[in-house]
Each structure stands twice: as C-alpha cells, then as structure tokens.
Design a protein around this ligand. Structure first.
Ligand SMILES: [Zn+2]
Length: 147
C-alpha cells in the first residue's frame, strides 16, 4: 500500500524494503516485521495504527509527496533526488557501460552527454533528464510543505 513511498525513498537513496517484497518465507506477521526492523536498524513505516502503536511509524494520507513531507518534518529524510539506488529493487546503482547504453533504445538520443546509471539486479537504466529534474523539483517542494 505504500508502494509509491517505497519508490520515492529509494529515489532519495534510502535503503528501503517493502513487506510485500520479502517473498515467500519472509516475515509476514507484525511481530516479525518489528523484529526485522529492530535487528536491521530500520524504521518500520505502516498505515496500520495498531502496528504503529507497537513500534512502527504511522504514515497518513494517500499523497506520496505529503508522506515524504511528513517524514522530512519528522527528521527522517532529506528530500533530495540522489538517483543512486534502484527504485524497483533497492540495489545500489553503478555507472552504465557504453555497451549497455548503446543497447537501450529507450534512452534519450543525447544520452552520451548525460549521467546514466544501471541496476545490476534488474538491469534497469536511469539517467539524468527531464523526468529526474521534475522528480527533484517535487521533492524540493515537499520540504517546503507544512502539512
Ligand atoms: Zn533494480
């Protein structure tokens, strides 16, 4: 349910796991999620008031930028686009090789002059461009919001 927020946190460079991605055998019970968060030093974000009362942090509303703004006000995130982590799978990104950018037909034509980074796990490429600029602007506005 917090899928958009998970992607935004990764765009900002935060190591983020979603309970839905933990897979078969992964923790599903609230107590297991709380234990995993404690063991790995993670903040457990949840929409569930009961879970929040047991040690999670309640995330309100459906607007992802409002959620980012709330985490910023709580002192948990700096809303800056870092583009160093895959938004899909959480892997740290590395600079793309020329053969990878050459093979990716969806890159902008002027990609040689841009920073292009690659995810080793899912193969996705990310690049600096208008989409990234718009995302950076939205994040910047999130830090100006008062609630
Ligand atoms: Zn990936």
């Amino acid at each position: 349910m917090l899928g958009p927020l998970v992607r935004y946190l990764r765009f900002m460079g935060y190591d983020t796991l979603a309970a839905t991605e933990l897979g078969p055998g992964g923790p599903r019970e609230d107590s297991e999620l709380l234990r995993l968060a404690a063991t790995e030093g993670r903040v457990l974000l949840t929409r569930d008031r009961e879970l929040a009362s047991r040690g999670g942090l309640l995330v309100d509303g459906d607007d992802v930028l409002g959620q980012v703004a709330a985490l910023f006000r709580a002192g948990l995130v700096e809303p800056v686009l870092r583009l160093d982590r895959c938004s899909r799978c959480n892997t740290l990104l590395r600079p793309a090789r020329p053969d990878e950018t050459a093979a990716a037909t969806y890159l902008p034509a002027d990609h040689a002059s841009r920073t292009v980074v690659c995810c080793d796990t899912c193969g996705r490429l990310y690049w600096a461009g208008s989409h990234a600029d718009r995302l950076a602007e939205r994040l910047e506005r999130a830090s100006d919001r008062n609630g």
